[in-house]
Ligand binder design. Sequence first.
Ligand SMILES: [Zn+2]
Length: 229
Amino acid sequence: MTTIAISWLGEGRIRVAELEAGKRSLVSRGTDGDVMIQHPTVSRPHLAIVPCPSGYLVEHLSRTNPTRVNGSRVEGPTPLSDGDALVIGTVSATFHDLAAGDRRQGPVCHNCHRENDAHQRDCWFCGTSLVNAPTTIRMPRPVLCRLLGPDGAQGDLYEGTVLVLSPDGKVTATRREGASDPRTGHVEFRDGQPMFVAPNEGESAASAQPIATSDEFSVAGNTFVAIRR
Ligand SMILES: [Zn+2]
């Protein structure tokens, strides 16, 4: 299963729209789209996001307002990857493909047992050489949930990790609850689903709530928005 989404900044808030996987989706102003962005530089329709054998690509449809992918103006069909920066008219957006991590497989360090990106020659975490490792295990890393923070901060939740949401708007993935600091909130995988645990306020016990796409969580006045796998 996969989750495809677009996020953008609209009226000072992070917006998230999930797209139906495996289907052509129209991005448009007004009401006739799968994703509606109400901004004068977004056309009706503006672009389409289309499934293709390697994933997804963008088709530019507007005659008046440009589309850019990672800074380059789109003329013909252009492949999209997880995390690509889209500019739709003048609206900055991001393409999300939460299954991208399933395809990215890397060697697991025999010293610290952490997984590395496929191109690493030495373990990024502890420096042990991966080239001469007696065994190289490869396993997929499904992203269970993604949190978007202010100023483009972003973090992915994997099994066995915790995402710490800091009062300064940062999103940090850690192996343990970095929540010795009670002002931070965090996201963890519990009872088969991602849960948000609010900052500890006073003496009340921390409350946990399940996460759905587009849910907003506030930590010290910073708003974080979730994309749920
Ligand atoms: Zn290591």
